[in-house]
Design a protein around this ligand. Sequence first.
Ligand code: DC
Length: 235
Amino acid sequence: MMDAPGSYRINIAIDGPAGAGKSTVARLVADALQYVYVDTGAMYRAVTLMALEAGLSPEDGEAIGRLAQRLHIELIPGPDGQRVLVDGRDVTDRLRTHEVSRTVARVAGIGSVRKRMAELQRAMAEGKGVVMDGRDIGTHVLPDAELKVFLTASPRERALRRYRQLGEGAGVSLEQLEREMAERDRLDEGREIAPLLRAPDARFLDTTGMGIDEVVARIVEWSREAARTFSEKEK
Ligand code: DC
């Protein structure tokens, strides 16, 4: 265990574009600090999956907003990573399909969906000791997070990581992934509500060419610094 029990707990926001390694890094940082990891992208993916299953068009913001409002989404930590339950059903293995990935940015652009997800996410972070990754965590969901990190990598490296994650692309070429990633970045950065933005007080970390351990160690070190600073302030 790397953290003393009972030591000051903070919230950590990790934002950045697709494929920057946020979820892997956030999970490992949470493990190292014995914090809870919250994958907010998985929540948008869960809403997208349910909308696709219900036959809703991604353009039908009203219907998808109503759906998001009534879905019960739970994130359960487990030995093989976090499981996502929707209305009690484990949908984890279906959240990273090409169809969901292709549609999710449009669902994540629906105001009522974002509002609902942000409420759920804030409730999860209330007790502190949370590492939350997404696009708008430091800017919008947890503006008071004691540590904010903006994680990125070159577009080529990000597409390559996704390619490997899918199992050598699973029928999708690297070039196509790179194009789709650029399109997703464009939608995430350009949307009016809670766009992907670096919070002015976020630490910037370009992970191109960096190993995961190195990235995790850097963020864990920053977390300790932040915890010390904030616990001093409260004294
Ligand atoms: O991180 P990811 O690839 O699982 O995210 C899926 C999509 O959800 C992506 O298009 C960005 C969007 N998203 C978002 O808009 N806000 C968040 N906090 C997390 C993800």
